[in-house]
Ligand binder design. Structure first.
Ligand SMILES: Cc1cc2nc3c(=O)[nH]c(=O)nc-3n(C[C@H](O)[C@H](O)[C@H](O)COP(=O)(O)OP(=O)(O)OC[C@H]3O[C@@H](n4cnc5c(N)ncnc54)[C@H](O)[C@@H]3O)c2cc1C
Length: 360
């Protein structure tokens, strides 16, 4: 199909967040005529609120493997895309619940073949991170080469790289309907004009569940609100790692630029609709403060200096859905990583490109 006609594509990607941008790039690299549509601006959705943490350990080995793929990719981002994006190296600790200790030890051992990861007991943890409140039962997984990146910069970098390979973007373009046209081509009806494509990928982030409902596809993804506060301690700890804490349900990372530390706690708030720009909920900030004080010495006395709050697309198993939506293998979905989609985006882009190539 001609790349010159900007309304006709081999593949149309719906959603210009980090996941859509990765897919857009991976398809453009394989010389598909590919378009990217976004109802607002590129990287203005959930991605704009992301903490951008890249770490590998998960309680599900298949998620760990996808994250290792992402970690390797992000560390070599310039080589992969020709675009410079800073990978800020940052230590990471993961605290499992007691009942998951045995699996955690096995998974840490398995992962140690691919990345630098080890189990630290409570004593070692206390010595290494003196701002941590740990009791004897609190061991943790330690990744010394985890990190974080700027999710908006990464998304734009993928978009620019895809454009160099002929990819075409249309912003301020809301997809309203998809219908079968003829000869294996779909018509995608939008607020600006109609587009035509042989394959379609829906990567609409937290809008994915409502878009799938509107288009009449069965699915098991849902939308949930996330809030991560930025708190400034009275003295910035010299050795604050990024962290996921299943004991106190906390997550976050240091933010040296602001002199603050991100700290989040699940809202468990499922929604059917939401405003694109959410403001912090002070009641939730109170809960975050309460929980945070159980784990970190610096929380007490710290001040709230900002917040990231957005909806994201969830699945009950957190495994995401990167797959064809029906037997025709022509319409695909890529979403549902439950607040962890940034680190998975390289794997998702690569996987969708493979799935689509298998159908052409
Ligand atoms: C506070 C917070 C912190 C996070 N921290 C981390 C982290 O540290 N590490 C990590 O790995 N993950 C993190 N995540 C999760 C990660 O940011 C998300 O999973 C990821 O950004 C989702 O990307 P996306 O492309 O699916 O969604 P989005 O960025 O929301 O992109 C979807 C796009 O689709 C567009 N769209 C929607 N409907 C339509 C339509 N009908 N037509 C056209 N366009 C449409 C939207 O405008 C939007 O731009 C965090 C999330 C939040 C909220």
């Amino acid at each position: 199909m001609s790349k010159k006609n900007v309304c006709e594509f081999d593949v149309l990607v719906i959603g210009g967040g980090v996941i859509g941008a990765s897919i857009f790039y991976h398809l453009a690299l394989q010389e598909y005529a590919v378009g990217l549509l976004d109802k607002n601006c590129i990287a203005s959705g959930c991605t704009a609120q992301s903490g951008g943490i890249i770490r590998c350990f998960h309680l599900d080995s298949s998620l760990s493997d996808k994250a290792v793929f992402g970690w390797n990719y992000y560390r070599n981002f310039e080589k992969k895309t020709g675009e410079k994006c800073l990978f800020n190296e940052c230590e990471f600790v993961y605290f499992p619940k007691k009942e998951n200790h045995n699996f955690t030890l096995l998974e840490t051992k398995r992962l140690s073949k691919y990345i630098l990861v080890e189990w630290l007991n409570a004593c070692t943890l206390k010595n290494r991170f003196n701002n941590l409140l740990v009791t004897l039962q609190h061991g943790a997984v330690y990744e010394s080469q985890a990190g974080y990146m700027d999710p908006i910069a990464v998304t734009w970098a993928w978009v620019r790289a895809a454009q160099r390979h002929g990819g075409i973007t249309h912003e301020q373009t809301t997809v309203q309907n998809i219908s079968f046209s003829k000869n294996g081509i779909y018509k995608v009806n939008t607020t600006s004009k109609d587009f035509f494509a042989k394959r379609i990928v829906i990567a609409a982030g937290p809008h994915t569940p409502s878009l799938l409902d509107k288009l009449g596809y069965q699915h098991d993804v849902y939308t949930q609100i996330i809030q991560v506060d930025l708190r400034r301690p009275t003295a910035f700890p010299s050795n604050q790692p990024a962290y996921i804490d299943d004991c106190f349900e906390l997550n976050g990372r240091p933010d040296p630029n602001s002199g603050g530390i991100y700290i989040g706690y699940p809202t468990n708030l499922r929604v059917n609709s939401f405003a694109d720009h959410l403001v912090l909920d002070p009641q939730h900030s109170e809960k975050i403060w309460d929980q945070g004080a159980k784990r970190f010495t610096w929380v007490d006395g710290s001040s709230l200096i900002g917040s990231l709050r957005s909806a994201d697309c969830y699945t009950a198993d957190g495994n995401g859905r990167v797959m064809a939506l029906d037997d025709t293998q022509t319409i695909f979905v890529a979403s549902g990583f439950s607040g962890g989609g940034f680190k998975m985006a390289p794997w998702i882009g690569n996987e969708i490109a493979n799935l689509i190539t298998a159908t052409f």
